[in-house]
Design a protein around this ligand. Sequence first.
Ligand code: IMP
Length: 427
Amino acid sequence: MTNVTVIGAQWGDEGKGKIIDWLSNRAEMVVRFQGGNNAGHTIVVGDKTYKLSLLPSGVVQGKRSIIGNGVVVDPWSLLDEIARVGAAGLTITPDILVLAENAVLVLPLHRELDGMREDAAAQKIGTTKRGIGPSYEDKVGRRALRAIDLMDPASLPAKIEKLLAHHNVLRRGFGHAEVDAAALLVSLKEIAPKITPFIGSSWRELDAAKRAGKRILFEGAQAVLLDIDHGTYPFVTSSNTVAGQAAAGAGVGPREIGTVLGIVKSYTTRVGEGPFPTELKDATGEKLGERGHEFGTVTGRKRRCGWFDAVLVRQTVITGGVDGICLTKLDVLDGFEELKVCTHYELDGKRVDYLPADANSQALVKPVYETLEGWTDSTRGARSWAQLPANAIKYVRRIEELIGAQVALLSTSPDRDDTIMVRDPFL
Ligand code: IMP
C-alpha cells in the first residue's frame, strides 16, 4: 500500500474533486498542499452536491483532513465554507479538520490588491481575485501573517505594522485608501477564537499517520499548466502545482507522496487569460462547453474549450511527475462524428513537440491534429471497459500512447460510483 497524490494535468477543472472524494474513501487522511480558495472542487454524492474550496475533499467522507502549510488561507472564507457545508449536513470539527500553524493567511487587503491589479492591468491574468497571488508574495517577502499568529494576539500589532508598511505604499499608488491597522487588528482578534481550535501541525500529523501505517491522499488544486514555474507564465497561479509541492506544502519527504495520479479531461478547457493552442472559438467549442457544463466553480466564468492537446499532457506528465492518469468526462464526447487530438505543433514552419517556454511562442504555435472516429453509443455511467463503445476505447488508447502514461481510472459521470478502475493507485 502506498500514498497517492492527485494533481491536475491540464489547466484545472479536470474533475479532481470527484476523484479525490472517490479515493479518499480508501485513504485515512486527506491533505491540501497548495493554492487557496481559488480552488473549487465539486463532489456529487447521490442527490447532494458539495462545492469545496479550502476544505480538503476528505471532509465529505469524515476523514481527517489537513490544510497544509503550502496553502494560503482566508480565515473568513474558511469559516463561511464550514458554515455552508454545515448547512448541507457536514459538521466540521477540530477532530476532522487541522489547519497548519505555518500556513499563510489571506487578508481582505490581498483580495483588494488582486482586484486593483487586475482592473488596472493592460494585460490581465484573469485571476479569481481571491488574493492568492498577493498573499504568496507576502509569504516569500517574509512579511505575511500566519495561522499561528492568531494564537498570539499580542504579537499581531507589530506584524500588522510591518505588513502595512508594504501594502499602504502600494495602495496609495493605486489611489486607494490605506488599511487601518487598528481595524485590521480588531477583525483578526474577533476571528481568532473561531479559527484557533483548528490550528495544529501538518508535519506532526503526517508523521504520526505514517508511523501508524495510515494511507494518505494528497489533494492538489489548480493544475500543472497553471504552475508558477512549469505553467504558461505569466498566465498562471502563484503556487507550485506539480506533485513535488505535496512534500514541501505538507511537511513530508518527497518519497512519502506515493503514486502520482494526474487528472486529465478528455478534451481541454481553460478559465482566465493565456495561450490555449487547441481552443475552438466555434460551434464545436460551444458544444463542448454546453455538454460539459463548462462554467467555473469559483467565479462562474465560462470556460474556454478545445480539442485534446496531447503535446501539453505529454509535457505535464513529465514536469508534474505523473505515474498514471485518470481520464474524466469521456461522456461529453459521446455523439461527435469525429474527434481531433493535437499530436504536435508548428511554429515558424517547424515541427515542435513541446510547449515552448516563452509566452509569444506559446501564443503562436499552431496545433496539428490527428482525426479519430467518434462513437454514437453513450459512455455515460459506464462502470466497466466492456460497456464502452469500441471507438471510445480506441480514443483512450491513442491518448495513452501520445502522452506516454496509462489510464489508471476512467470517470464516466460526476457520480462517485461511475468510475472504472483499471489499476488501483494505492497498490
Ligand atoms: P489565481 O490563482 O486566482 O491567481 O488565478 C490565476 C489563474 O489561475 C487564472 O487564470 C485563474 O482562472 C486560474 N485558476 C486559479 N484557480 C483555478 C482553479 O481551481 N481551476 C481553474 N483555474 C484556476
